[in-house]
Design a protein around this ligand. Sequence first.
Ligand code: UD1
Ligand code: MG
Length: 457
Amino acid sequence: MPTQLVILAAGEGTRMLSDRPKVLHEIAGLPLYAHAIAAGAALDPERIVLVLGHGAEAVRADAEARFGDVAIAIQSEQLGTAHATAQARAALEGATGDAVVLYGDTPFIRPETLVAMKAARAAGHDLVVLGFEARDPGRYGRLVLAGASLEKIVEFKDATPEERAIGLCNSGVMMAGVSTLFDLVDAVGNDNAAGEYYLTDIVAIARARGLSATAVTCPEAETMGINTRAELAEAERIFQDTARAAALADGVTLVAPDTVHFAHDTWIGRDAVVEPFVVFGPGVTVETGATIRAFSHLEGCHVSAGAVVGPYARLRPGAEIGNDARIGNFVEVKNAEIGEGAKVNHLSYVGDASVGEAANIGAGTITCNYDGVFKHRTTIGARAFIGSDTMLVAPVSVGAGAMTASGSVITEDVPDGALAVGRGRQATKPGFATRFFEKLRAQKAAQKAAQESTGQE
Ligand code: UD1
Ligand code: MG
């Protein structure tokens, strides 16, 4: 049975005190709403509908860039969660199977939990709600059960003291057949303490119609919603702790786990070593046995087996580091392939380039890739030796086994095996420095004597 995903994300998020829509704030380099979509991906959804209101255009732009195929429904007035759900109707026209409603500000729902809800649907329940036992039930909606049957959800504001004593709370995640969901939502009114259309009301409506409803439960940690910067920071901490533990469990050495920062999609192979204070941005894969040394920053790059990166290295998007290559301190690599066993050990910028296997790039080398308008490529052949402080003015190539002299500005292609020298020729003047300084010191002594004789008069 196909699954359709509806993500509610129209709320303002006032307590973030932000010009940015709440669901665009990130955990581990991924916006909150995208975490919800990632959880829903476990059900292989046919359609994904994002219900947006505040900051809709910014979220739409992000979603289109990131996922391409996401439908946007606009809720221009935030009249409640049932009203928000109803906005997804047009985007789900003709869709069959189940609809799952998730919140865009609740990033930690695990795929397994959604699979368990799907199983409850398959077992014949018309409506499945995700609940959790809250340590402090506070203002959450309460699930009212009769045996295994879910009878209704009462919002805190509308609950009696007995209902408020219930510890089983509503996470907000619900699943029902697509047409059932919209039929139920249609029947929701707003005669309640908040004057809102509550999605939670569909449970009592379903029961009154003789439909069955049940609750699946999950650990409270999964249901954490983000409303403030402090909660965002706490969620980041939880994500990082989980990612570190997972890396250690997978056979990665983290010398000081608490200091390593992962992105949502960081992949590190077994027996890789990550030294303290390393930051992984999105899109990084590190193969078996590679070493990422302290204080390095990596994003959108691939590090092959046996390579050593850092300390203090920066790998930017498109950096492809070959097997056993070395990227040393204060080296930046962007959109460049570094061949097997090649070395870029000190203080260099290698961008829009390819470096052949076993090439050696001397300290202070720069690929001058940008002319102010266009970017150009530099190609360095296998086993080439680039002298320290070489400026490679792209587009330019240095052939296999070729050399450049230190301090050269290379503007023309260098053939295989050649030496290119592109700098002023050295002139040496014997004794010049000695004579020069003697002259200056004599001048200074004369000035001093003149001042003293003036002072005596
Ligand atoms: C909701 C539930 C409550 C549950 C709690 C869990 C209802 C009536 N109450 O309450 O039972 O315990 O979540 O966190 O559903 N949204 C819209 N449009 C709207 C209103 C909300 O898109 O008109 C979105 C928000 O952006 C947010 C989500 O729906 O992502 C939940 O809204 P929120 O206002 O936080 O609901 P709660 O009052 O917390
Ligand atoms: Mg809420």
